[in-house]
Write a protein that binds this ligand. Structure first.
Ligand code: ADP
Length: 705
């Protein structure tokens, strides 16, 4: 290893150990490329089947054998793991010894079995046999009956923690329920913890995510410029066309590209690139599909001439108080065809433009590597090493990524709270929730991270399909996946351990290390177990960086007001009476804004939103519509101020009015709890420059009222 590389490695380890101490740091100033309009023919279809036909690898289902657990696959596993260990330059240790990779939370143990591959250690139904230590205390119980594709990694994690797995479910309550899809996979859970939040899937659909981020962009355009400009189809087709035409009129040399993504699509399905609004396929047929059309990032950072993206795992440990953790290790997924900027000729080249593993695996160029730093799927840290060796300030990259994650979660929280209260109303017995999310991030050539999407159910598979001989496919262990994903699941479980005392409170109060997990007094076995585990690969970023980001939580404060007037009956929509009560209690009506005007405002906004969200569960005013009404009221009341200060002023007015009416306890407690600073010192320093469609619409309507 060269001296230079050694130096860089040490530097990186130091940086990864305490990343983002300056996490409020904003991204480089370069804005994303502005769109323009060249008239071109529609892009060729990129259907999945067509794409597969172009790939050189053929998949023969009859020849496939699911061989995980069989001897051949185990051998591969052992070989792969040896190579994997070598790739980190780490020697094998004795059975009791462990070597921790500084800063990543990774640990290598002398025995490969410690990853849980020795089935004989576990009896049927996952019952632990051997350890006397485990028998002394009550094991944490995990219902894995609905875990689906994350099962393998989950089993390994439970085994490492010496917890008790219930693969067929249990008649009495479990401490933790691991669901593969949604909060509702098991019904009627009244206690314990579930690994999904109600409403997360809905919130992370492409349209809802775009809407949530857009609301934040209206208030904080600079802070939320990490999300590409997006339009929601079919509602905003006209707006999209008009804006692109105007841009083209202004500068005919601009040649923008757009990426069209079906609302509920995943794994690249149904995605295509266009260069002109007229090429949108949804508009050629009778059926108009819900989709997002988004500015395509034309200049991504390339490694080995290939486009790649980053999959980072993020744990939302709780909504109230907000707690966010980021896994220090992630995955980088590479395209399999050298990248060229989009042109009419290459628009349909999926292996060049889309980084999805599920697509590129079908390319003849896909490289399965036993090394963490080569091949088509690598660890994120190996990419950072590579960038650091070229002189890139990876600490800045990492802190920008942390900021992106925190801001995105802050954008999602308001609506998630509404879903949460609807499913688990205060006072009704129910579980608490946590969730691992998969953030897909692209680095631009200028190193600015861009959010592509957030997955509510990121793949936790730790094996992949491989052609072991011509035409014969097997599921073989994927060391890169296992390394990253087992760590994420195991550490999530550790953080959710119901027996441990809450480490986050210790952090809040005394700044104790996040990795020092407090345990019940007298539970020496647990202390020993905790000490024998690797340090956490999950890094707490919120409330740790609360001070830098709390000023962004304005929509959450609006949601708190909305929730108060919603009541606790499991509803998500505000009726006209609830809206009137809000206006009255906050003292917002007067002679120039009568209750009749309030009713018109309610009907107007509610009707428009119910047209935009046709599949909504019930009638009434949802949170997004309420936020628009709130912005409108703020603009009406504080005309002279920029939007953000208008909203902030109205929030303060409403909160103090409600405090005076018996809401004081909750309001104060909530502010303390969430650490919300109602008037951030730098509020006025920021300029509002973004487009404010709903706000402008609101102003126009105010003329009519
Ligand atoms: P899916 O859920 O179907 O995977 P994504 O939003 O993740 O949809 O997009 C699929 C892939 O397309 C991404 O992994 C990325 O490679 C590429 N991509 C998505 N959005 C953009 C964009 N705005 N600019 C450039 N590439 C993008």
């Amino acid at each position: 290893m060269s001296e230079h590389y050694e130096k860089v490695k040490v530097q990186l380890e130091e940086q990864m150990k305490a990343p983002a101490e300056d996490a409020g740091g904003e991204a480089p100033a370069d804005p994303p490329p502005a769109p323009a309009l060249p008239a071109t023919a529609p892009a060729p279809a990129l259907s999945r089947s067509a794409r597969r036909e172009t790939s050189r690898t053929s998949v023969h289902p009859r020849n496939r054998s699911k061989s995980r657990g069989k001897a051949s696959s185990r051998d591969t596993n052992a070989n792969v793991r040896q190579d994997w260990d070598k790739c980190k330059g780490l020697s094998r240790l004795g059975s009791e010894q462990m070597l921790q990779i500084k800063g990543t939370g990774k640990i290598l143990q002398g025995k490969t079995e410690t990853n849980g591959s020795k089935e004989e250690d576990r009896g049927e139904n996952g019952k632990e046999k051997g350890s006397r230590v485990v028998q002394k205390r009550r094991s944490v119980t995990v219902d894995t009956s609905k875990a689906k594709t994350s099962l393998e990694a989950l089993k390994l994690s439970i085994k490492q923690l010496k917890w008790k797995e219930f693969p067929m479910g249990r008649r009495t309550a479990c401490d933790i329920y691991w669901h593969g899809v949604s909060f509702h996979d098991n019904e009627n859970i009244v206690s314990g913890q579930v690994n999904k939040f109600p409403g997360m899937i809905e919130m992370l659909r492409k349209i809802n995510l775009s809407r949530a981020v857009r609301t934040m962009q209206e208030l904080f355009p600079e802070e939320y410029n990490f999300y590409p400009r997006s339009w929601i189809l079919p509602d905003e087709y006209q707006l999209f066309s008009t804006q692109i035409r105007l841009l083209k009129d202004n500068d005919s040399t601009l040649k923008p590209t757009f990426i069209v993504k079906p609302d509920s699509g995943s794994q690249g399905d149904g995605i295509y690139l266009i260069r002109d609004p007229a090429d949108l396929r949804a508009f050629s047929g009778a059926q108009v599909k819900q989709a997002v059309v988004q500015e395509y990032i034309q200049k991504p950072l390339l490694i080995d001439k290939l486009k790649f993206d980053i999959r980072l795992y993020v744990l939302v440990r709780s909504l109230e108080p907000l707690e966010i953790y980021i896994a220090k290790e992630g995955l980088s997924r590479f395209c399999t065809e050298p990248y060229q900027e989009p042109s009419q000729k290459n628009l349909s080249h999926v292996f060049m433009h889309l980084t999805n593993y599920s697509l590129n695996i079908h390319s003849g160029n896909f490289v399965h590597s036993d090394s963490c730093s080569t091949g088509s799927k690598r660890t994120f840290s190996s990419v950072l090493y590579r960038l650091a060796s070229k002189g890139v300030d990876i600490k800045k990259v990492w802190s920008d990524i942390i900021a992106l994650v925190i801001k995105t979660v802050i954008a999602l929280v308001p609506e998630l709270k509404v879903f949460y209260q609807a499913d688990i109303p205060p006072g009704k017995p129910g579980p608490t929730c946590f969730q691992i999310l998969g953030f897909d991030i692209l680095l631009m050539k200028n190193l600015k991270p861009v959010l592509l999407e957030v997955n509510a159910n990121p793949s936790m598979r730790i094996e992949h399909e491989q052609e072991v001989s011509p035409g014969v496919f097997e599921y073989v262990p994927s060391p890169v996946d296992e390394e990253v994903k087992v760590g994420v699941i195991r550490d999530t479980l550790r953080l959710m351990d119901p027996v441990q005392k809450k480490p986050h409170m210790a952090n809040l109060l005394g700044g104790a290390s996040e990795e020092a997990i407090a345990v019940e007094a007298g539970s020496e076995e647990r202390v020993r177990l905790v000490e024998s585990l690797p340090s956490l690969c999950l890094k707490q970023v919120f409330p740790k960086y609360m001070k830098q980001f709390n000023y962004l939580r304005m929509v959450e404060r609006i949601a708190d007001i909305f929730l108060r007037f919603l009541g606790v009956k499991g509803t998500m929509k505000l009726g006209p009476t609830g809206f009137r009560t809000f206006i009255r209690n906050c003292k917002l009506s007067n002679s120039s804004f009568t209750m009749a005007s309030v009713d018109i405002l309610y009907i107007d906004i509610t009707r428009r939103w119910s047209g935009m969200v046709p599949d909504s569960r019930e009638a009434g005013m949802g949170l997004q519509a309420f936020v628009e009404a709130f912005f409108y009221l703020a603009a009406r009341r504080f005309k002279a101020l920029p939007l953000r200060e208008q909203v902030l002023s109205l929030l303060e007015l409403c909160e103090s009015a409600l405090e005076g009416q018996g809401h004081v306890e909750k309001s104060r407690a909530q502010k303390q709890h969430s650490g919300i600073n109602p008037a951030p010192p730098h509020t006025t320093a920021l300029l509002i420059t973004g487009s404010n469609e709903p706000y402008l619409n609101g102003l126009m309507r105010s003329q009519q009222l």
